[in-house]
Ligand binder design. Structure first.
Ligand SMILES: Cc1ncc(COP(=O)(O)O)c(C=O)c1O
Length: 373
């Protein structure tokens, strides 16, 4: 019975052109779909420097944090976070765990969570597991958020509002200042996820805007610009103590291996030396946006993550196959993840890409959009 149900569901995906398969990236292609936005994860010189300073570090912690998994390097890293963000820092094993854990630990059936409609699955799952009431506001629409707040303010003891800074799907960005102004007006708890802005904006947009004090739970997953694994939670010491005592996804799991913690610390310590990469990424971003305008393509992006709207899944698949055959590795976002008729190609820029690659890619993409149906 179970297998029959699964086969039917997967066949349905195939019929709708949204069956997913795992693809191995061909190293000879230009990777335009990487989340290594700063190119740190592939910089052999940087990596060699790191290994020179981190000889013989264990590849496992062999323990959870409350047993013997809080080894000195983790303590050093969390102290460094405290120095940078002027709040307590806690290292999680992944962004997914970090987001889920914060929401599950601090929210319950008495809480109202108001979440941007396009927030990441880890945020959504955390809310569902917490048992809180969930209301979603239209993506980045702070007027809609305000109207939800006005209607519900008196009904709940605790309201948590959750947003990301830069959004992964379209590369659009929250108006953080306006969101913090709303927080000051309505006095809700605020959670911000900086997965796609960390490193690109040094220690993140909240830090850059000197706004960390206004964010109750700042989560920083490290698998994108951070070129690593794990996630930071930046919060008050009281919340940190509570997670250490009650946060199931923090307590009941093996701590990150020392080698990863050392790399995370290394990146934090070297963050201020990445200026040239930031500059190159900015130039590539500007170049890409000017080519999008030149070729009359459609995007919602204002950042280094650029989605270009193509149309239906079938056209998207054919265009991606064409681009792959021209040695451009790109990733498609299909219906039903995005609304009907807006399947898109998602680019993640990085300083590893040359200006010529960008120019040639957009020329090829323009050809494909106009000639492949
Ligand atoms: C916005 C956002 N938050 C959290 C995560 C999860 O982080 P991790 O990959 O470390 O589990 C991701 C993607 O992976 C993400 O895009």
């Amino acid at each position: 019975m179970l297998k029959e149900k699964i086969i039917k569901e997967l066949n349905d995906f195939k019929n709708k052109n949204c069956f997913r398969v795992l693809k191995t990236i061909d190293n000879t292609s230009v990777n335009l779909s990487s989340n290594d936005y700063m190119g740190l994860g592939t910089d052999s010189c940087l990596i060699q420097n790191f290994y020179n300073s981190a000889k013989n570090l264990p590849l496992t912690s062999s323990s959870s944090r409350l047993i013997s998994g809080t080894y000195p390097l983790i303590e050093k890293l969390e102290n460094k976070l405290e120095l940078i963000y002027k709040k307590s820092g806690l290292l999680f094993n992944s962004g997914f765990d970090c987001n889920c854990c914060v929401i599950e630990t601090f929210c319950n059936s008495d809480t109202l969570v108001i979440s941007d409609k396009l927030n990441h699955a880890s945020i959504h799952d955390g809310i569902i597991h917490s048992g809180a009431t969930l209301l979603r506001y239209r993506h980045l629409d702070l007027d809609h958020l305000r109207s939800i707040l006005v209607k519900n303010l008196e009904k709940y003891d605790t309201i948590l509002v959750i947003s990301e800074t830069i959004y992964s799907m379209d590369g659009d960005c929250v108006d953080l200042k306006a969101l913090i102004d709303l927080k000051k007006e309505f006095n809700f708890l605020l959670m911000i996820d900086e997965a796609h802005s960390f490193a690109v904006h040094s220690f993140g947009i909240c830090h850059e805007m000197d706004s960390v004090e206004h964010v109750d739970f700042l989560t920083i997953p490290l698998g994108k610009g951070g070129a690593s694994t794990g996630s930071y939670l930046i919060c008050d010491q009281l919340y940190k103590d509570y997670i250490v005592n009650r946060g199931r996804k923090f307590i009941y799991t093996t701590a990150l291996p020392p080698i990863n913690t050392a790399w995370n610390l290394f990146i934090l310590e070297h963050m201020n030396t990445f200026y040239n990469r930031k500059l190159k990424l900015k130039k590539l971003t500007e170049l890409s946006h000017s080519l999008i305008e030149k070729y009359n393509m459609k995007t919602l992006s204002t950042t280094h993550i650029i989605s270009i709207i193509i149309g239906n899944n079938s056209k998207l698949d054919k265009i991606i196959d064409h681009l792959n055959s021209k040695k451009y590795f790109v990733y498609g976002v299909k219906e039903p993840t995005v609304p009907k008729g807006t399947s898109r190609i998602r680019l993640g820029l990085s300083p590893n890409i040359s200006e010529n690659d960008i120019i040639n890619f957009f020329e090829e993409l323009n050809y494909a959009i106009n000639n492949i149906f």
